[in-house]
Ligand binder design. Structure first.
Ligand SMILES: [Zn+2]
Length: 293
């Protein structure tokens, strides 16, 4: 039933987007974090020990698929992402899609991710100590991926759930309108400083040794992307579209399970370009980004 167990902390691997892995806290007040893994397993868990608390690590569509199975559970969400659960337009607003993209997104959110409006029963903040019976969990607010993104630290079990700071080979995502490269870097540094035995993540392998070098390697993708971008611009001035088509992050434009990766590529590259402009390493002249020696 579980792919990982350490005391009351269990993980159910959930497969690819728009699924994610689910953390189950098997205690008096049983809890799920990110119920988007396996429907059958989640239903069986609920029958054995009804789920009392349903948490989400942040307001993204690939962490909510089976929330509707637990209408009786208290719903706890990170404060800065709570608006995403109050209106589908708020979630769409995270990505600022064109009208055409908007229709595709809506379809994905409703049909595949089972998006539903749900008011939070508790807003999670940095430093909150959550109690599920004997199990305690510290909320670590780690913005960057989204403004509200949270990690969950189980100090007694020495387990840290990194959620979408997910250690995948491709590196971190910061493509939402409100995502931030600087905050992602700061959050990763903060997580790397927490001493645990195991990292759990929402995507990819899901279960990792608690070796902070893995977090540092994951963070290093950000600098590698920026270096590749500077190299590309050194060949001559480029428009944002040309930079997007180059596919430095996700490779050639493609769609994965309804998610058009070129939208994320454009948004993330645009954040890198703004950062480089601020550092006076790049300038925008007549719609083209130019590398300044
Ligand atoms: Zn996410």
């Amino acid at each position: 039933m579980f792919d990982f167990e350490k005391g009351p902390i269990k993980l159910i691997l959930g497969g690819k987007y728009p699924h994610c892995h689910t953390v189950f806290v098997d205690d008096q007040k049983s809890a799920l974090i990110d119920a988007a893994s396996k429907e059958d397993t989640l239903r069986a868990l609920d029958q054995r020990n009804p789920v009392k608390i349903l948490l989400v690590s942040h307001g993204h569509e690939d962490h909510i698929m089976y929330n509707y199975l637990f209408p009786q559970a208290a719903f706890w969400v990170p404060e800065a992402d709570a608006h995403v659960f109050l209106s589908i337009n708020n979630l769409l607003g995270c990505y600022s899609p064109t009208d055409e993209e908007r229709a595709q997104w809506k379809h994905l959110l409703l049909e595949q991710c089972h998006y539903e409006v749900r008011k939070a029963d508790r807003l999670l903040k940095d430093g909150d100590m959550l109690e599920f019976g004997r199990t305690r969990c510290l909320v670590i607010h780690t913005p960057g991926h989204t403004p509200g993104h949270c990690a969950f630290h189980f100090p007694e079990e020495k387990v840290l759930f990194l959620a979408d700071m997910d250690l995948v080979k491709g590196g971190p995502y910061y493509g939402d309108v409100a995502s931030s490269i600087e905050q992602t870097l700061d959050s990763l540094l903060r997580l790397a400083a927490i001493d645990v035995e195991v990292y759990l993540t929402s995507h990819g392998r899901g279960i990792h040794d608690g070796d902070p070098d893995q977090i540092h390697r994951f963070a290093a993708h950000i600098q590698k992307r920026e270096n590749a971008l500077l190299e590309f611009l050194a060949q001559g001035p480029k428009t944002l579209e040309e930079v997007t088509q180059k596919g430095i992050i996700y490779g050639p434009p493609r769609v994965v399970a309804g998610w058009d990766l070129s939208i994320s590529e454009r948004s993330m590259m645009s954040k890198h370009l703004k950062r480089l402009e601020k550092q006076c390493r790049v300038t925008l002249e007549a719609g083209r980004y130019e590398f300044l020696e």
